[in-house]
Design a protein around this ligand. Structure first.
Ligand code: 4LM
Length: 401
């Protein structure tokens, strides 16, 4: 190998497959072992005390850290370009552990108007019960965001693309606005994964994931993650995870997410190519009212999307002529595509946000936040595109028969 090649930073997939693990450290095992243990033996009582006081580094008890989890955290940190990572039991576990750690009574949080339904509920129905003021604004409107920020704002929180309408938010602009008042910018990067978008490169402080989705990639686990500066990640581990939520990832689940990461780049390419083709197909269909997909020329934030994402991702949303009545007929007529919430799986999934993932919003809030009752969300899977297209086509015909 030439020294030039040796000095090159390994590519994304190479890091996702190899980073942080040497088979020689584990009897030559190609895949990293799963450490199914809840606690760790101390060599002496004194050593146990030193570990607890943080004077010595090592493993203590499985709620805060386990070697399989630690490898997953190393990989997530390097893939997102962050200093450190924390892997937990679910996306909501990551969000709640982070927010409980960073916010106290009297603080203010400014959040975008389109969020996953339970994240929205955590802010508007959960944290508000404990003296946190939550302001909901449209982050695509810089004036509205600036007007909502005050010296008490601790953090701004958003998703891009946002669930379920895929609104894309300018990460550099929002981070700069947050930093002007000394607030942290937190983004949920679930819809893109670091294979398509790395928010820290755009000035974001903390990145959150539901690893249940593209990172795991196979619809067989629940997991979540936080990536960011070491001091904050440690604080979330030692407070948010250890005693505020206890939302620990199981070592077996950490292993499954590690396995998913090995094919993440490949899968995201396929999800994106197929979703883009399907979005173009639906946009040209006479029965389709509108399609939202970040890579379509008609997409309102297309320029921002192309600046911060490297492909359009696997999600699209659309509305049919006749609104939700025909939308329901369409969903019920699908044969290959599965009616289910969640996203990022090998299987193409379809769901109705107003009655499912975003039922936490009131009807008035959904109307005001761009989540129409007729909106259908599709997570385009890894099946062969002609098969997905044929199924969508026959279901459209059935919906209007
Ligand atoms: C869904 N979503 O939309 P856990 N952040 C985002 C999400 O979409 C989700 C979570 C966090 C869906 C679940 C049913 C952007 C979840 C929460 O489910 O707690 O891993 O992630 O279909």
């Amino acid at each position: 190998m030439s020294s030039e090649r040796r000095n090159r930073t390994p590519g994304f997939a190479t890091r996702a497959i190899h980073h942080g693990y040497d088979p020689a450290s584990a009897l030559g095992a190609l895949t990293a072992p799963i450490y199914m243990t809840s606690t760790y033996a101390f060599e002496s009582a004194e050593e146990g005390g030193a570990l607890f006081r943080g004077e010595k580094s090592g493993y203590v008890y499985g709620r805060t850290r386990n070697p399989t989890q630690a490898l997953l955290e190393d990989r997530l940190a390097i893939l997102e370009g962050g200093e450190a990572a924390l892997a937990v039991a679910s996306g909501m576990g990551a969000i709640s552990a982070t927010l409980w750690t960073l916010l106290s009574a009297g603080d203010e949080a400014v959040v975008d108007e389109t969020l996953y339904g339970n994240t929205y509920a955590l802010f508007t129905k959960g944290l508000t019960r404990f003296g946190v003021t939550v302001r909901v604004v449209d982050f695509t409107d810089p004036g509205a965001l600036a007007a909502a920020l005050t010296s008490r704002t601790k953090l701004v929180y958003f998703e891009t693309p946002a669930n379920p309408n895929l609104r894309v938010i300018d990460m550099a602009a929002v981070s700069a606005a947050a930093h002007r008042v000394g607030a942290k910018a937190i983004v949920d990067n679930t819809f893109c994964s670091p294979a398509l978008q790395r928010p820290i490169e755009h000035g974001v402080d903390l990145v959150i994931h539901s690893a249940t989705k593209f990172l795991g990639g196979h619809g067989d686990l629940l997991a979540g993650a936080l990536i960011g500066p070491k001091d904050i990640v440690t604080q979330v581990r030692m407070h948010g995870l250890r005693y505020l939520t206890g939302a620990t990832i199981s070592p077996l689940t950490a292993f499954l997410v590690l396995r998913g990461l090995k094919t993440l780049e490949l899968r995201m390419e396929r999800h994106s190519t197929s979703a883009h083709a399907l979005a173009r197909h639906l946009e040209g269909h006479r029965r389709v009212r509108w399609v939202a997909y970040p890579w379509l020329q008609s997409f309102p934030q297309a320029a921002v999307a192309r600046r911060q994402m490297s492909a359009g991702g696997g999600l699209l949303s659309f509305e049919l002529d006749g609104g939700i009545a025909t939308g329901m007929r369409f969903m019920n007529a699908l044969e290959l595509v599965t009616r289910a919430v969640s996203l990022g799986d090998a299987e193409t999934l379809v769901q109705h946000p107003a009655s499912m993932t975003h039922a936490q919003y009131t009807a008035e809030e959904r109307a005001a936040h761009g989540i129409s009752d007729g909106l259908i969300r599709m997570s385009v899977g890894l099946e062969n595109l002609p098969d997905i297209q044929d199924d969508v086509e026959q279901a459209l015909e059935a919906a209007y028969a």
